[in-house]
Design a protein around this ligand. Sequence first.
Ligand code: CP
Length: 319
Amino acid sequence: MTTERYVFPHKHLLGIEPLSPTDITVLLDQARAFEEVCERPDIKIVPALRKKLVVNLFFENSTRTRNSFEIAQKRLSAEIINFDADASSLTKGETLIDTALNLEAMHPDLIVMRHSAPGAHALLARHMKASIVNAGDGSHEHPTQALLDAYTLRKKFGKLEGLKIAIVGDIRHSRVVRSNLWLLTKMGAKVTLVGPPTLLPKDMKQTWPMVEFTSDLDAVLAEQDAIMMLRIQFERGTGGYIPGQGEYIKFFQLNAARMKRAKKDVAVLHPGPINRGVEITSEVADGPNNLILDQVTNGVPVRMAVMYMLCNPHGEQVP
Ligand code: CP
């Protein structure tokens, strides 16, 4: 009997939507192997991307994702170019495609991009030979965030299947939610989306019919294994969807009183940046249930795994 070897079947990581449960499991398992590299006391570097050229293109601000990708690239021994959009010819009117094609002419192996336009990465992927990694595109997807969230949950609970997870806040504008919905539903978790009715788009029910939607956080709090809090995205116009911050805090803030009604070992996640005192109090954000900085730590091996599998689809790790 022959056992077929797994080959990662994707040239790009544009989103979680095209990934199979096996692809997700392979990435999480590969990340586990890279976590051991990151935890070494001395040399935290492997030659997995030696002689590979990676270009980081960030057209939107980022603290966690940008630094996490760069650290992951350094841990994999890649050669790195950090593209500075403000100092580039984009400011002289050059288009995104022309910019990308000119970078392509220098033969990068991998492009990591964050852009405000949903679908910008798919457009680039149609024009370029390099693999594209989506580091966030508008309100569409943020696949490596969902993978590191899943990694963090799997590390705490040992599984994703059957977990009850509430995602609370500005569902409408969140790319983190969309990537998490694809990932968690593919992996058999039970997701409840919680937010003001104006921030719970009805068309999401058609895409994810198995997901619960509610505006009553207190009614669903006690049954959750994990609560993922989201910030209000004022920069994407969310202020116009809620009556006011005080009203929002009253119904949707995760605070000490609400934590008393949650499971004792409930996991509290947040992709960051946090608006302390709005969607979550400092007491909870810094409290014993929070996995918020674990998420950030886990982002490095997860992003190492993504870049490694894209450049080495025949990678050793099998599900
Ligand atoms: N979670 C996240 O995407 O954070 P940054 O915007 O800081 O990258």
